[in-house]
Design a protein around this ligand. Structure first.
Ligand code: SAH
Length: 243
């Protein structure tokens, strides 16, 4: 999958993209991430990318021409999905990440200042995505979050093919707790079942703990998660243990 990030601050994206899983995924050719500096498409001597808002008021607005020129500089085929990172967009979710992971190309526009000239939305944007109900100074962190979450779902990107499938939200509920060595730390031990070698018992324990955590931390997820008859039995057990 090919990602294009359009930003005024390509430098801030580089280090994150180079590190760890995303760095390896690019080296292995599972994903390609291209950074385009919108300022390279400014057309005046001062390379202006922002201007005062019509109607007055505080802050600056990202100009339409450099952004559209930057978009038009990208290869047209295969036709990319063009998303704008914006607090007014739909809140990002694992489900959206899974949908985007099916695309061949994704173009992500990062805003700065007060945001972009509204005409960019009209001319080019297919979808607006928000990282959550808060306002950041720019779209770079949200864009990196999207690239990261989507890439993890592309076959080959994670070492163990299964690790994304077990992650929180992938099957609608939260993931179970994890433990690694040592077996005891400051009096805290590891649940015995995990060292039992009994794989069926471990799987059952993990599923139950996933359900327990979801019930405790995000009970509303249980209304929409696809639950089996066995899950309902486990939930009844958990509720019994809570009484
Ligand atoms: N004035 C705008 C906010 C501008 S913040 C408003 O009230 O809606 C500057 C840029 O940061 C935005 O253009 C957007 O690209 C990015 N940004 C800020 N918060 C974000 C969020 N929660 N999700 C996605 N992008 C965000």
């Amino acid at each position: 999958m090919i990602f294009d990030i359009l930003t005024l601050l390509p430098e801030v994206c580089k280090a994150y993209l180079k590190a760890s899983i995303l760095g390896r995924a690019q080296k292995a050719g599972h994903i390609q991430v291209r950074l385009t500096n919108i300022r390279d498409f400014a057309f005046d001597r001062h390379r202006t990318v922002d201007d005062a808002p019509y109607g007055g008021g505080n802050g600056m607005v990202m100009k339409v021409e450099p952004l559209v020129a930057a978009l038009e500089s990208l290869p047209g085929k295969p036709r990319p999905r063009i998303v704008l990172m914006a607090p007014q967009g739909r809140p990002f979710s694992q489900q959206m990440a899974a949908e985007l992971a099916g695309l061949e190309r994704l173009v992500i526009i990062c805003g700065r200042y007060e945001g972009i000239d509204e005409r960019v939305r009209k001319l080019a944007v297919d979808q607006e995505i928000s990282l959550g109900d808060f306002v950041l100074s720019g779209g770079e962190l949200p864009a990196l979050a999207v690239v990261d979450a989507v890439s993890r779902l592309i076959p080959g990107v994670l070492g163990g093919e299964c690790s994304a499938a077990a992650d929180s939200f992938s099957d609608g509920i939260l993931e179970h707790p994890h433990y690694t060595r040592p077996p005891e730390f400051r009096g805290l031990t590891v649940p015995e079942v995990l060292t039992s070698g009994n794989h069926a018992a471990i799987e059952r324990w993990r599923r139950k703990e996933s359900l327990r955590r979801t019930l405790r931390k995000r009970p509303e997820l249980l209304n929409t998660a696809p639950l089996s008859a066995e899950d309902h039995k486990l939930l009844a057990e958990i509720r019994g243990e809570m009484d």
